[in-house]
Design a protein around this ligand. Structure first.
Ligand SMILES: [Zn+2]
Ligand SMILES: [Zn+2]
Length: 122
């Protein structure tokens, strides 16, 4: 890790580590008393750049940030916006993706569908 961890940075990182799942900037902002929004944005950007956390796009209005123990993918329910976290073999996915003149380094999959909540079944 090449960045200095100030108290605010530690707080932001701790919140992301403790949380199971992703958080928006607003979520994080609301959990730290007295921090300004710009500081949250700046530090999240920095963490992403340092590959300490991931910025994920789940098709929601706000970007989501997540600390991942293991790299994984996401399934989003179109009805209730529930997010499921799943792993899949990157090697298998790579076999299916064949872009000429391009080497795939990183794979992030977001799939959309309906979760098995009873409330969605009529
Ligand atoms: Zn659902
Ligand atoms: Zn996740």
């Amino acid at each position: 890790m090449s960045i200095r961890l100030t108290d605010k940075r530690k707080q932001i990182l701790e919140i992301l580590k403790k949380n199971r799942g992703s958080l928006s900037v607003a979520d994080i902002h609301s959990k730290i008393p007295g921090i300004d929004l710009v500081t949250v944005y700046r530090n999240l950007d920095l963490f992403v750049k340092e590959k300490m956390i991931k910025k994920i796009n789940l098709g929601t209005e706000e970007s989501q940030y997540e600390y991942q123990d293991k790299p994984h993918h996401h399934a989003v329910c179109s009805n209730c916006s529930k997010v499921l976290h799943f792993t899949a073999s990157d090697e298998k996915i790579k076999e299916l993706i064949d872009v000429e003149g391009f080497q795939v380094d990183e794979i992030e999959v977001t799939v959309r569908g309906t979760c098995h909540e009873k409330k969605h079944l009529g």
